[in-house]
Ligand binder design. Structure first.
Ligand SMILES: [Zn+2]
Length: 406
């Protein structure tokens, strides 16, 4: 009987002394370490005389749907050589916690798949206990992240589209994992965060990829002395597609004002519902979208030219040019596109160094897209966004606890 309980417990180096069931409490399993002796932390002698037994009760993983309480004897030894009295280490529990490490891990996995309330119910724990388990893990996250960070991306995401509720997210570009989530993208908040990292971390960061937002650039250059700022290529591309979309809208408005009815009809038929076909990469279009593209390019010479320039622009960033070639191609493009993309080109002139920085090592925080989708999923799973700290913790655990959503 003891043997089979030991097998089910599956804790190395532990023997079961006793096991019984108490109505309403589940299984009570009395255990202690197998080892007859313990190394004295002061002098290294193998102490084998027990000074005292210290019993404590912690909750463990359930066995066959029954709650399990481990009644653990943490023995105190007396060293015969130096007289030191000391307690043995138990590696499957943390000090002062009412549960085993593996139960905490299991609880977190459950929370990542549902929400605090139902996990509390399922495990016969209070919501406060679940939150306290999560918070212990938060400490782990904070301690592992920042020592090795060298390249980061700063991006923002809107969890609810159109609500302007932006979160800032910091991604470690070497691991492609988010390492911080801020409740807003305000630069004061970012400043506070970066300053909290301390000068050692700030000095070792040598590359930061950002969107084209000047407060980020100023802040990063101020706080990180050895940094190269690069403009993220997806945000650079977005300048172009946004300007193309604005042109599409104004072409549509102009067509609506054409007095000649059949000419108006012809133009509008070409332009209406062409947004996706115009903006998406041409090579990714379906046959139907290609048809639509053809008809809009036919009725609008302006959109036709802009679309061609947009495709050329993307090509420049997708071809593996050297830095010098990339810069020349981009300059040529800017020259050709001047009258069609005046707004984007104005931005590119202000950000030229950061944009061509891309040709150096092709850093992009494009992973943010995938991260963004996962965060939305986490939010949908019902954790609620009322408590930002819980949301953040839960999100970071998703990446740093080795749990992946499909
Ligand atoms: Zn000793």
């Amino acid at each position: 009987m003891k043997f089979s309980v030991e097998k089910m417990l599956n804790l190395t180096g532990i023997k079961v002394l006793n096991c019984h069931e108490i109505e309403g409490m589940g299984l009570i399993i009395e255990i202690e370490k197998n080892a007859k002796s313990c190394t004295c932390p002061k002098c290294g002698y193998q102490a084998s005389s027990i000074h005292q037994n210290h019993w404590r009760i912690v909750q463990d993983l359930p066995i066959s749907d029954r709650q399990v309480q481990l009644k653990i004897n943490r023995r105190q030894f007396r060293c015969k050589k130096c007289q030191r009295i000391f307690s043995e280490e138990l590696d499957f529990i943390d000090k002062n916690r009412g549960y085993t490490k593996r139960l905490a891990e299991n609880i977190i996995k459950q929370v990542l798949d549902s929400n605090i309330r139902s996990v509390a119910l399922r495990n016969d724990l209070t919501e406060e206990e679940i939150e306290s388990i999560l918070n212990t893990q938060a400490i782990l996250i904070e301690s592992i992240n920042f020592a090795r960070v060298k390249r980061i991306g700063i991006d923002e995401i809107a969890l609810v589209k159109g609500q302007g509720n932006y979160l800032a997210i910091i991604v470690d570009l070497d691991t492609n994992k988010p390492i911080e989530i801020l409740r807003s993208r305000r630069s004061e908040e970012l400043r506070k965060l970066f300053e909290g990292w301390g000068s050692t971390v700030l000095e070792q960061i040598h590359e930061v990829s950002i969107d084209l937002w000047n407060p980020y650039r100023k802040l990063v250059e101020e706080l990180m002395p050895n940094v190269d700022v690069t403009a993220d290529r997806f945000h650079v591309m977005k300048q172009i597609t946004d300007e193309l979309d604005t042109a599409r809208k104004s072409e549509k408005r102009a067509a609506e004002k054409i007095p000649n009815k059949s000419e108006k009809e012809r133009k509008l038929t070409g332009i209406i519902k062409s947004k996706y076909s115009l903006l998406k990469n041409e090579k990714d279009l379906t046959d139907k979208q290609k048809e639509k593209l053809k008809s809009v390019l036919e009725v609008s010479p302006k959109l036709s030219k802009m679309h061609a320039l947009k495709e050329e622009f993307r090509e420049i960033f997708e071809t593996k040019y050297s830095w010098g070639e990339g810069v020349l191609k981009l300059l040529d493009w800017m020259h050709d596109a001047m009258s069609f993309f005046p707004k984007s080109i104005g931005t590119f002139q202000r950000w030229f160094g950061e944009i061509v920085g891309y040709f150096d090592n092709r850093t992009t925080s494009g992973v943010v897209e995938g991260i963004n989708n996962k965060l939305k999923l986490i939010k949908r799973l019902g954790y609620g966004f009322r408590n930002f700290e819980n949301f953040k913790l839960r999100s970071l655990l998703t990446w740093h606890f080795g749990i992946n959503y499909p």
